[in-house]
Write a protein that binds this ligand. Structure first.
Ligand code: XIL
Length: 369
């Protein structure tokens, strides 16, 4: 099969377009038949960085690697920079996976951002038995300083703290009750940002959060808690530079409502950049028919991205994976009918789906940054 440098055959690209033309409304044949420029180029036209997450393992799939390197201007490792990978024991750091990915990205001129320095997820097995109220702060600081220094000048931005707010946990400040909160105290967030800044004063430091989009009281309280926290950090000169919005959304959900819009404006007004850090679309409740399903998923991408890109503070768009061949949704959010999921711009055969057209349209239609 003759795969060009963009990672798809001319034929398969046209087939993808035919599927699009077969009834997918706004993502019609004319657009899809245009020259096969990569998404990164459509994004770059508008001063936006486009990319997707990666793991070292999937880059062994050479067709996938070709696609990835042609489409992406930026990436983020899905697991290589998490605690459980970097910290095989309490005393040793293993940068081999992250360094390999970094080298690969550098040789293809792809920026690699870092995810994630402080999170309750992906903690190593030894953590629970080793960390306690006496040593947790030092452990956290040692980790941040070692990891951020290791990549200083290389990794341009870090998710310093991930998913720290959870209203259901019942605290007045909305903070999630995690080992970090329990052992270090609520100031762990500001402390982490200070430490990351000391380790690399040039890195863009991001607070990354999920589930900020829905309308309704729960999400509104979450947005308020995040906004209050970010406002306080800015007021106290804590080096926070951006808000990462994970953007794991559902196909059928209203995620472009007034509450979220107000929130994005308020975050922009704080002078923070806003990044779409992990976008994919869950389709558990969507019909099985692939043409109908793709239309739903693609329109959700289009709606969401067009909405988000109204804000000039949004300059980075990262999807959580590039092709349905490798997606965490397959295991973490499978369809009830067990049909393969289709949450990303390329299908499992590495053919562009209507999602690809949706992303391109959103880039084409936004203003230049
Ligand atoms: C996910 C990975 O993609 C999976 O492979 C892993 O099993 C669990 O974590 N929010 C985050 C990411 O910030 O780190 C998560 O990544 C997805 C949800």
């Amino acid at each position: 099969m003759n795969v060009n440098r963009h990672g798809w055959t001319r034929r398969s690209f046209l087939m993808g377009s035919a599927a699009t033309a077969a009834g997918l409304g706004i993502f019609g044949a004319t657009r899809a038949l245009a020259s096969p420029r990569p998404l990164r180029a459509y994004a770059a036209d508008k001063g936006i960085l486009f990319g997707s997450s990666i793991s070292g393992q999937v880059l062994k799939d050479s067709l996938y690697a070709d696609l990835f390197t042609s489409q992406c201007a930026i990436t983020v490792p899905e697991g290589s920079l998490k605690w459980d990978t970097l910290r095989p024991t309490p005393y040793r750091y293993d940068f081999s996976g992250g360094d390999w990915l970094y080298g690969m990205c550098k040789s293809h001129e792809i920026l690699m951002r870092g995810h994630t320095l402080v999170w309750e997820g992906a903690l190593p097995k030894w953590f629970a038995a080793t960390a306690n109220a006496e040593n947790a702060r030092t452990m956290m600081l040692d980790h941040i300083s070692t990891v951020v220094r290791h990549y200083a000048g290389k990794v341009p931005s870090w998710d310093v703290v991930n998913e720290a707010v959870q209203i259901e946990d019942g605290r007045p400040d909305g903070l999630k009750i995690t080992p970090w909160l329990r052992m270090v105290g609520p100031e762990y967030i500001e402390t982490a940002f200070q430490a990351a800044h000391e380790a690399d004063p040039h890195a863009t430091l991001v607070y990354n959060e999920n589930w900020l989009e829905p309308e309704g009281a729960g999400a509104e309280r979450k947005r308020n808690a995040v906004l209050t926290m970010l406002t306080r950090m800015k007021k106290n000169n804590v080096p926070v530079h951006g808000l990462g919005i994970q953007s794991h959304v559902y196909a059928e959900m209203n995620i472009t409502g007034g509450g979220f819009k107000r929130f994005l404006q308020q975050v922009s007004d704080l002078g923070l950049s806003i990044m779409i850090t992990e976008m994919d679309v869950r389709e558990k409740n969507a019909p099985g028919d692939i043409a109908i399903r793709d239309r739903l998923i693609a329109s959700q991408y289009y709606k969401y991205l067009s909405f988000m890109l109204q804000f000039p503070a949004v300059k980075t768009v990262i999807t959580w994976g590039l092709s349905d061949r490798y997606t965490w949704i397959a295991t973490h959010n499978p369809r009830l009918d067990a049909m393969p999921v289709r949450p990303l711009p390329y299908d499992a055969e590495l053919r562009p789906t209507p999602v690809w057209d949706a992303i391109r349209s959103a880039f084409e239609e936004t203003r230049r940054r």
